[in-house]
Design a binder for this molecule. Structure first.
Ligand code: NDP
Length: 287
């Protein structure tokens, strides 16, 4: 049964993942709530189960890739999970992942939670950069890591089932901030003669050059000295922020995306930390 695998959920992501295992020679059993979505995989030779219960019964290794945690509970209501290895790569919060791990243990399954760091076209493509954070049962991970590494690389981040979701969401949150900054920048440039494509090239180059910012923050958090290596100090930056806000005003752009972060920088400065960088904002955010 080493090469058998069940995939629950054939959305854009689930289908890509099921297809990667099928292409690698695994005997794949699939199930999807809307049965018609299984037709392409069936045509490629995957086994289609009529119910999730039947799909779970077909393999010892069961992977769920559904819309959200609630759909996992619904789909597996009457499935017999005793003795199964359940790998749930459905996006969830750390707390929900812990609850789902307890739920799975109560039904006799070993459990691994996953957070997918990829979009579907990257799945099953060597060196695409795709990977999945995993956390939960270390035994399950050790025994199944070769199979798990087929659709995307794996990064095991600990026995706490919530750890994968926390890593996943932390990275997504940072990305969201970047998206916000890019949106503001394009809004500033809108209506100028500069073509969006031309400006995008500048953005990519600049954001890539600035990405090392995270390493400086890490040094500060690890040493407790938030002034180490600071070449752009908070007092200077808060003054420069006035230029950012005034330019937004001149260009008729709302400051609502920039505002919250700039306010936090001002608070940190007002607390007497003008010689630091922006790392103190991390502490202001912790409730
Ligand atoms: P889709 O919207 O394409 O598919 C959702 C899947 O969930 C479908 O199989 C759908 O079945 C099923 N589903 C929804 N509600 C229920 C329910 N109540 N009971 C049973 N099945 C249900 O989503 P994706 O495939 O793109 O995403 C799947 C997971 O992967 C999500 O958790 C997502 O956050 C994560 N992910 C996706 C990425 C992406 O870029 N697509 C990137 C990283 C993570 P039906 O066909 O019947 O509607």
């Amino acid at each position: 049964s080493g090469k058998k695998i069940t995939v629950l959920g054939l959305g854009t992501m689930g289908a890509a993942i099921a297809r990667a295992w099928h292409a690698a020679g695994y005997q794949v059993t699939v199930w999807n709530r809307t049965a018609s979505r299984a037709a392409p995989l069936a045509a490629e030779g995957a086994k289609v189960a009529a119910t999730a219960r039947e799909a779970v019964a077909a393999s010892d290794l069961v992977v769920a890739c559904l819309l959200d945690d609630a759909s996992v509970g619904t789909a597996l209501t009457d499935a017999d999970l005793a003795g199964k290895d359940l790998v749930n790569i459905t996006t969830s919060t750390p707390g929900t992942a812990r609850d789902r791990a307890e739920w799975a243990a109560g039904r006799g399954a070993r459990y691994l939670a996953g957070g997918i760091m990829a979009v579907p076209p990257m799945i099953g493509v060597p060196d695409s950069g795709a990977y999945v954070f995993y956390s939960g049962s270390p035994e399950l991970f050790a025994e199944r890591r070769d199979a798990l590494a087929v659709p995307a690389a794996t990064r095991y981040v600990g026995a706490d089932p919530g750890a994968a979701a926390l890593h996943d969401v932390a990275l997504l949150s940072a990305m969201t901030g970047m998206f916000a900054g890019v949106s503001h920048a394009f809004a500033l440039m809108r209506g100028t003669r500069v073509a969006p494509k031309e400006f995008a090239a500048l953005l990519v180059e600049w954001l890539t050059a600035m990405a090392g910012y995270a390493n400086g923050v890490a040094v500060h958090l690890e040493t407790g000295d938030y002034t180490l290596g600071v070449t752009s100090n908070l007092a200077m930056m808060v003054r420069a922020n006035e230029t950012l806000l005034r330019t937004a005003e001149e260009q008729g752009v709302s400051p609502e995306l920039l505002g919250p972060f700039l306010t936090l920088m001002e608070r940190r400065l007002a607390d007497g930390h003008g010689d630091e960088g922006t790392t103190g904002v991390v502490d202001l955010l912790r409730r």
